[in-house]
Design a protein around this ligand. Structure first.
Ligand code: SAM
Ligand code: SF4
Length: 326
């Protein structure tokens, strides 16, 4: 489908739960109010919604959260998606995870046709990882990453740049990724959700990150594109692509190809806007034709761009990242 700005929209990000076994300090507060089970989408509802998107020409889906792999019936949904992959209705299923459950699910993820996953990792130092995730176990995550790598799935690391936290690890990150043949994307922190800290005190720009890396490695821009918003670079001494995602310093909305469904069935045309429709309510009303019509309407009216302002103390949005997913 094309939206009103003639962008081709064919990528669905589906947050299957807002719950998580970690509490990354920039993503959600330690004491978080989660969606009640009865207000969350059931797998049956997730199947109905995603099938409508596929019938509208959406070819790619990324499963996110919260932590998608803590949802007990996640394999039911993944196997449904795999059946759509096998019948060539869609071309790709991917997953964004914190990695804590990868050892448990590596085999099933692979069996369900997933060829690429993104794993979030903001530090390679156990104590710092424990701190930023509010209790995460780095070794467990690294073991999971290698288990999934051994199945042949391509791993990309996502690292949120955080001032006075991981700027000093950027070189270590790219060298570790190079050694293990993982691509990596560095991401600017976005002002989504309120924490009582100023986002601009956490913020590190992509330009600053590039400057740090270029002290040791020249970065040569390449044309490589995935479905995401990373701009990629190479260095001939490193065996990995280095991506940068700059939602704040260099808005990439004109090439945006995606919409998002949250775990309680809210469809957002844009991560940075409140305009939305309640898909769960429409499913419960039983009028699937109206549901399809409203989805088409939301896609067509996808906002032109977001207006994130890192200098504002509070987020404009009354939600946290775990609801919409990254
Ligand atoms: N739990 C999974 C994970 O951590 O990969 C999936 C959901 S998480 C919300 C998806 C991505 O969003 C992660 O890479 C996370 O680091 C990123 N993220 C969370 N809050 C963010 C924020 N305020 N700004 C930028 N990225 C954020
Ligand atoms: Fe959980 Fe992912 Fe948010 Fe961290 S970034 S708290 S792992 S949802």
């Amino acid at each position: 489908m094309l939206d009103s700005f003639k962008r081709k929209i064919d990528y669905l990000r589906f947050s299957v739960t807002d719950r998580c076994d970690l509490r990354c300090r920039y993503c959600m507060p330690q004491k978080m109010k989660f969606t009640q089970k009865e207000d969350s989408l059931s797998v049956k509802e997730m199947k109905i919604i995603s099938k409508i998107f596929f019938d509208l020409g959406f070819k790619k889906i990324r499963i996110t959260g919260g932590e998608p792999l803590i949802r007990r019936d996640i394999l039911d949904f993944l196997s449904f998606l795999n059946s759509k992959l096998k019948s060539k209705l869609i071309s790709e299923i991917s997953l964004t995870t914190n990695g804590t459950m990868l050892s448990k699910y590596a085999k099933q993820i692979h069996q369900n046709g997933i060829k690429r996953i993104n794993v979030s990792l903001d530090s390679l130092i156990p104590e710092k990882y424990f701190f930023i995730t509010n209790g995460g176990n780095l070794k467990k995550v690294l073991d999971g990453i290698f288990d999934v790598k051994n199945t042949g799935i391509k791993v990309k690391i996502n690292t949120v740049l955080l001032k006075d936290f991981n700027e000093d690890e950027l070189i270590q990150f790219v060298e570790w990724c190079s050694k293990n043949k993982f691509d990596i994307s560095f991401i600017e922190v976005m002002p989504i959700g309120e924490f009582g800290v100023k986002r601009k005190d956490q913020f590190v720009s992509i330009d600053k990150a590039k400057n740090i890396l270029e002290k040791k490695y020249d970065l040569n821009k390449i044309d490589y594109k995935t479905n995401g918003p990373s701009t990629y670079y190479l260095n001939n001494k490193l065996d990995c692509r280095i991506g940068f995602i700059s939602p704040i310093s260099n808005n990439f909305c004109e090439s945006c190809n995606r919409v998002r469904v949250t775990s309680n069935g809210i469809l957002y045309g844009c991560l940075g806007h409140e305009n939305s429709i309640d898909l769960k309510k429409l499913i419960l009303s039983g009028d699937l034709e109206l549901l399809k019509k409203k989805i088409k309407h939301t896609i067509y009216n996808k906002p032109k761009k977001h207006f994130f302002n890192i200098s504002k103390i509070d987020s404009d949005l009354g939600r946290y990242m775990n609801l919409t997913g990254g």
